[in-house]
Design a protein around this ligand. Structure first.
Ligand code: UDX
Ligand code: ADP
Length: 462
């Protein structure tokens, strides 16, 4: 099947960068990205993209207007495309059955209904969003029950494994491309049509194909394993702090065992991001639904340790600051869930700032990419009263402004610039004793100690 035009529903952190890269690598293909959100589409069509990713602007500049188009005309985009990617959000349900655990599929369902409504002829529908196992069959049922008799569909699962902050690198040189499809002649043709798009820049041996359910499940399991490694090392960070071991040394020593490997062993104030917690909760819900309570309990511990790690960090700050932070200014460095992104979904900073505000600390936040409005909205959504935000939250233009008059400095995101700050200047600006809580273990601690800072480092202690 020859594909000339593809479209993607959802111009978010996944849909936008993925389609931009496909367009850049496949100039012969017309790529249309469609979203309901007018502001988002306007931003994709401007010089200030709605997603911050290193080198994304270059990729977009290369293809936009040539074969990459951003539009709010969702129906028009579907009509024109032979292949439709679905990359709409799938947040954790906040209401009803499965609240707090199951994925909310309302955006997926509404996208499927729109596709059904306007489609004629044959189309390949590609699920990109992370979704619970067996969603493909639900999508297919909706499509077939609501479309015109002339319309036929193949549904594929093609989960995205890119990590934010390295999206372009990950898309250009993926460890693997996973495509799940039905074991029928039509399914095989659809899988091959998608594989041949990726084959424009990905070696064939890295494009693997499976059945639909294996593909859907693999995405959730990959994220569960990755986040499990972080909760494992974070649980050990607490033991290191208690015993005088250094978690970085432990991670290095175990990571040199080739069976364990060195990556994803950085202890932190807790993992965040739109995927890890959501997919773990999804996995737990799935196991419960299939009457596997022991498996559900096993994976739910990964989330519990992560929550504990965040509250443990706040507890440490409060205890160290003589058991009270009331009206003390605390400089918070970093709000994004990791460096090199402006994404704040599920960031550990939300819990840390919320809990410090509830202790009546005055918070001065600086993040190089997150907007003041973004920070405020996250804290409001986390239940912090607006009046408390007005009186106790300040968003600062840089780390020095945040440090002025602060009793403590807390590093929550591992932005490179934080390790290279002018610490003698910061020490002068702060109230003494000047405390540092390094939730990412990235600061030059020897230098800080010489300057007279009192340093706490995650996984190392005071
Ligand atoms: C993750 C998966 O890596 C990716 O494959 C999937 O497609 C989406 O989910 P992402 O959430 O963008 O990607 O970033 P990732 O680099 O995995 O980091 C997630 C969180 O874990 C961040 O908060 C990060 O700071 C934290 N982390 C990561 C650690 O605390 N320690 C580590 O060693 C690695
Ligand atoms: P992700 O991180 O998975 O990319 P985002 O929340 O960043 O998730 O992006 C999802 C996007 O999908 C949002 O911009 C939202 O407006 C868009 N969206 C939701 N439903 C539809 C739909 N039916 N058609 C097109 N776009 C949609």
């Amino acid at each position: 099947m020859k594909i000339n035009t593809i479209c993607c529903l959802g111009a978010g952190y996944v849909g936008g960068p993925t389609m931009a890269l496909i367009a850049a690598k496949c100039p012969h293909l017309k790529v249309i990205v469609a979203d309901l959100n007018e502001r988002r589409i306007a931003a994709w069509n401007s010089d200030t993209l709605p997603v911050y990713e290193p080198d994304l602007d270059k990729v977009v500049a290369e293809a936009r207007g040539r074969n990459l188009h951003f539009t709010t005309d969702i129906r028009g985009a579907i009509v024109e495309a032979e292949m439709v990617f679905v990359s709409v959000g799938t947040p954790t349900k906040s209401y009803g059955i499965g609240a707090g655990r199951a994925a909310d599929l309302c955006y997926i369902e509404s996208a499927a209904r729109t596709i059904a409504e306007v489609s004629q002829g044959h189309k390949i529908i590609v699920e990109k969003s992370t979704i619970p196992v067996k969603t493909a069959s639900a999508i297919k049922t909706i499509l077939e029950a609501n479309s015109s008799p002339s319309a036929t569909f193949e549904v594929l699962s093609n989960p995205e494994f890119l990590a934010e902050g390295t999206a372009i690198e990950d898309l250009e040189d993926p460890d693997r491309i996973l495509i799940g499809g039905e074991n029928t002649p039509g399914g095989h043709l659809a899988v091959e049509a998608l594989a041949s798009i990726y084959a424009n820049w990905v070696p064939r041996e890295r494009i693997i194909t499976t059945n639909l359910w294996s593909s859907e499940l693999s995405k959730i399991v990959a994220n569960a394993f990755l986040s499990q490694r972080i909760s494992s090392i974070n649980s050990i960070s607490a033991l290191c702090e208690a015993t005088g071991a250094d978690v970085k040394e432990v991670a290095r020593a175990i990571g040199m065992d080739q069976r364990i490997g060195p990556r994803f062993l950085r202890a932190s104030v807790g993992f965040g991001g739109s995927c890890f917690q959501k997919d773990l909760l999804n996995l737990v819900y799935l196991c419960e639904s299939f009457h596997l309570p022991e498996v559900a309990e096993y994976w739910s511990q990964v989330v519990k340790i992560n929550d504990w790690q965040k509250s443990r960090f706040v507890g440490r700050i409060v205890r160290t600051l003589f058991n009270t932070v009331t009206n003390k200014r605390i400089a918070v460095l970093g709000f994004a869930f990791k460096k090199d992104t402006n994404d704040t979904r599920e960031t550990a900073a939300i819990n840390v700032c919320r809990d410090l505000l509830r202790e009546r600390a005055r918070i001065a936040v600086y993040d190089p990419q997150v907007t003041a409005d973004g920070i405020r909205q996250e804290l409001l959504a986390a239940g912090v009263e607006p009046a408390l935000l007005d009186s106790h939250l300040e968003i600062c233009p840089d780390a020095y402004a945040a440090s002025e008059g602060a009793h403590a400095l807390a590093v929550l995101t591992e932005w490179d610039e934080f390790a290279a700050l002018d610490f003698p200047r910061i020490h002068t600006l702060m109230v003494k004793p000047a405390f540092v809580f390094d939730g990412r273990a990235i600061l030059p601690h020897d230098e800080l100690q010489v300057l007279g800072f009192e340093c706490f480092t995650i996984g190392k202690g005071l």
